[in-house]
Design a protein around this ligand. Sequence first.
Ligand code: NAD
Ligand code: WQD
Length: 342
Amino acid sequence: MAKRFVIVTGGAGYIGSHTAVTLHEAGFTPVIIDNFSNSKPEVLEGIAKIIGEIPEFHEVDCRSQSVMTDIFQSYAAQGEVIGVIHFAAYKAVGESVKKPLEYFENNIGSTVALLGAMNASGISNLIFSSSCTVYGQPRKIPVNENAPILTAESPYGFTKQACERLIKDACKSNASLSACLLRYFNPIGAHPSALIGELPLGHPSNLIPYLTQAAAGLREPLTVFGNDYPTDDGTCVRDYIHVLDLAAAHVAALQWLEENDASCEAFNLGTGQGKSVSEVIQAFEDANGIVVPYIYGPRRSGDVTAIFADAAKAQRELGWKCERSLEDSLRDAWRWQKKLAE
Ligand code: NAD
Ligand code: WQD
């Protein structure tokens, strides 16, 4: 049978590596493109151990349209290229405030180059990694896909809004191009094998990597950013989704694009349940039987009080929903942290 290739830009990264594994399990052949700007070659070994073969890989900067076009065409000659999942981007909100031009250049530049390479190679299905950050603090929660896109709080958030817009416009101008804009809420956890997970590069700004490192005694106690918010326990509320549930949504979206005559559709990917920071700490302690050292500190600038997904559209259209609990995610996150310490 002809191979069914899926190009995965940023496939050595956190979400991309889990999605590459899930694509393989679903019968696709992932082709990873990454420049290791925020990942390491060892990730490919972890993927290989899980899927039982060395994944197709190209160390390339996906801003290079001509190189990407050559790669796409070489796979089209060997089988069918079903689509592209575009993870490659810089993702640190705080860093984007300090280096906006780098974020615009990489995140928007790679998306423009990718669309050009897809066009030149006749690839028609695109899945884009967007973010709930496009909603800012929505007026109504749970938030659905029709909520207004508010002025971005950060250059990072702006790049997600800009890429969504340029993909929409590209789809309008090219009837054969179809896209899903997947708005992730808060991805956490790791593969239960602990062979892949989120790489700790530098000081973690996200809750779970910081929490696991603090629990492991590698960092100062976790600072809970604010306990005076208008929520039940005073701490911020988010929608934490297991990275493997998120990965499965990409496969569902790809299959949906193959089967439907879609143009450009946005989908929220979350559990639909809001959890506060205090609830996450408690769930981590319950799931892993260890105490999390933490203190309360001031609010972090730019944080929204509460956001969680209305993911009914993804369930209805893609036939996808989360299968894993918060405790599952936190157990896998802790297993990954312990593996890192070996
Ligand atoms: P990550 O940094 O772990 O993975 C991104 C990968 O892309 C890295 O391996 C990096 O080396 C690669 N990359 C970056 N620029 C590149 C380029 N120009 N050419 C080739 N490779 C390049 O990030 P992640 O957490 O896996 O996030 C994946 C995507 O999901 C990103 O677009 C991110 O903005 C989006 N997203 C992430 C989250 C989250 O909390 N992790 C939430 C919402 C959206
Ligand atoms: C979660 C909660 C913090 C660290 C970010 C991006 C968003 C998206 C997902 C990419 C918040 C609290 C955190 C700490 C804490 N990424 N916290 N102490 O801010 O919801 O979303 O990642 O698209 O765009 O903004 O995630 O993990 O940073 O924070 O109390 O040391 O944990 O205040 O309530 P966030 P996070």
